[in-house]
Ligand binder design. Structure first.
Ligand code: BGC
Length: 501
């Protein structure tokens, strides 16, 4: 009996030891895996670092590239496109105008009535629709007929559809080489659009053709980049507005430049002595940009690799996918996210609005993060893993916002409004007098993502310094691009405008 007891005790001890060993091993393995993901996060943080010194180098690089792009065609990755807009609306415009805005993920139609006073700006109707993905890969006929039929429905709602001739501004949020204020050819698609055989086509003609086919008496009288629309809107309300930036699905900026600085354009023929330049800053590139392996992968797998490098780091279309790639890498290298989810492996499945929802989740248990991860096929992860996800969102968004701030300051530097005392890269001997400078900002990323906004504003303050920053006003505007395009059409109108409907 005694012997049996001894044996049983020995067996129990061996079992207990083995269980303990297994548990210790498991814990060690878990710790190793945790350390691994923490290492991935640390690497990400390091690769995304944007210290002030680096941002300042970027500011210089933006100003230098702007200059190079103005000197010669193809002189820089910044296209610095002419817009033929030399007169911005000021509030005295009259008439009724339409705008159709094809953006990255939405299109809008609006009607604006103006009666000669800023305070009486009347946006009478606004329709907003998401763009079906099938349309982005369709044909030119399908796309323009879709836009024309949407416009037709909009007009039909007015009742007197045949009674008046209408003037339309086409807000087209893609790079166009303008040939006049109302015409221009597509340079290339961006933001996931891939309608073949359209590069080189006149965009206004395409839309006009589709409208004519439907027997609509509408004239496409202005072709406007969304940034230029936003600048118009900003300037209409505040004449100190000299630049506009869009942070939406894509990103871009435009600003008012002296015509004598646009060296590549021999005969700009403007009356005001300045012209709005569409920078197409999404294509900006500098070796100082903090690029990670995730950016490289994203670029390599994109439809437009080696193109739009800056946009791929700051555009709403891409931030979600960068975050997704980091989570995927972590889940491949450790099992803290459970079995690898096939959903998580799908490009662009994580949208930037989900990133903002996770980033700004203020519930104690991070329920929003849990919900979004579940939609990505990742369930039941512990709180510390959810916190890790929030941190990834933070790192990616903070980098984007700080780079965006450097981009804006680059423009200010180019036009001599950054307080450095120089204009166009040249130093002035006397002290610069700071003028109030307004930058209009449009786009869902800025308007709807508080953390992006806060990081960007903070970085602007850091780069410019308090004394200068207080003269620089960032003005957010919703639907500014569409309304501004209609305003621009009104201000550029030399012939009699249509009667109001
Ligand atoms: C386009 C720009 C546009 C920007 C913001 C970019 O992808 O190239 O023309 O202004 O997106 O919509």
């Amino acid at each position: 009996m005694g012997k049996v007891l001894v044996m049983l005790t020995a067996v129990a001890a061996v079992v207990a030891c083995s269980v303990a060993t297994v548990m210790v091993r498991r814990r060690m393995k878990r710790r190793r895996k945790w350390r691994k993901v923490v290492g991935i996060l640390k690497d990400l943080e390091e690769a995304c670092e944007t210290p002030l010194g680096r941002l300042r180098q970027m500011v210089d690089a933006v100003a230098v590239e702007m200059q190079a792009g103005l000197v010669s065609e193809g002189g820089s990755k910044l296209k610095m496109l002419l817009t033929f807009v030399d007169d911005l609306p000021n509030g005295s415009e009259r008439g009724t105008y339409y705008a159709l805005h094809l953006g990255g993920s939405y299109f809008r139609i609006i009607r604006v009535h103006l009666s000669g006073q800023r305070s009486s700006l009347d946006v009478q109707d606004i329709e907003r629709h998401s763009i079906p993905t099938s349309l982005m890969n369709s044909t030119s006929e399908v796309l323009f007929d879709f836009l024309a039929s949407s416009l037709q429905r909009f007009i039909e709602k007015e009742g007197n559809s045949q009674a008046v001739k209408r003037e339309l501004a086409f807000t087209f949020s893609f790079p166009v080489k303008q040939t006049s204020i109302s015409s221009g050819v597509l340079i290339k698609w961006t933001k996931g659009f891939a309608i073949s055989e359209m590069a080189g086509e006149d965009i206004s003609e395409c839309l006009q053709g589709a409208l004519n086919k439907r027997g609509l008496d509408i004239r496409v009288a202005a072709l406007v980049n969304d940034t230029v629309g936003a600048l118009s809107f900003g300037h209409y309300h505040d004449p100190d507005t000299i630049a506009a930036v869009v942070f939406g699905t894509g990103s871009n900026a435009c600003y008012l430049e002296r015509t004598d600085a646009i060296i590549k354009c021999q005969n700009p023929r403007t009356t005001s002595g300045s012209m709005v330049v569409n920078m197409e800053w999404g294509n900006f590139w500098s070796s100082r940009l903090p690029r990670t392996s995730y950016d490289l992968e994203l670029d390599a797998e994109s439809m437009n690799s080696n193109d739009m490098g800056f946009e791929k780091m700051i555009g709403g279309m891409y931030l979600g996918d960068i975050v997704r790639r980091v989570i995927l890498r972590m889940s491949q290298e450790s099992d803290i996210f459970g079995p690898i989810s096939s959903i998580l492996s799908t490009p662009f499945v994580l949208r930037t609005n989900s990133v903002s929802a996770m980033h700004e989740d203020d519930t104690p248990e991070l329920q929003e993060v849990a919900k979004i991860l579940k939609e990505l096929g990742v369930s039941e992860v512990p709180l510390k893993v959810r916190k890790l996800v929030v941190k990834i969102c933070d790192v990616v968004t903070r980098r984007a916002a700080r780079l965006a701030a450097a981009g804006i300051t680059g423009i200010l530097k180019k036009v001599g409004r950054d307080g450095s005392g120089g204009e166009g890269g040249r130093k002035r001997s006397h002290k610069q007098i700071m003028r109030r400078t307004v930058v209009a900002v449009e786009g869902g990323l800025y308007l709807n993502y508080k953390m992006f906004r806060e990081y960007m504003d903070e970085a602007l303050g850091d780069i410019l310094g308090g004394k200068v920053a207080k003269h620089v006003v960032i003005k957010a505007m919703e639907d500014g691009s569409s309304i501004g395009s209609a305003l621009l059409l009104a201000s550029s109108h030399s012939v009699q405008t249509i009667p109001s409907v």
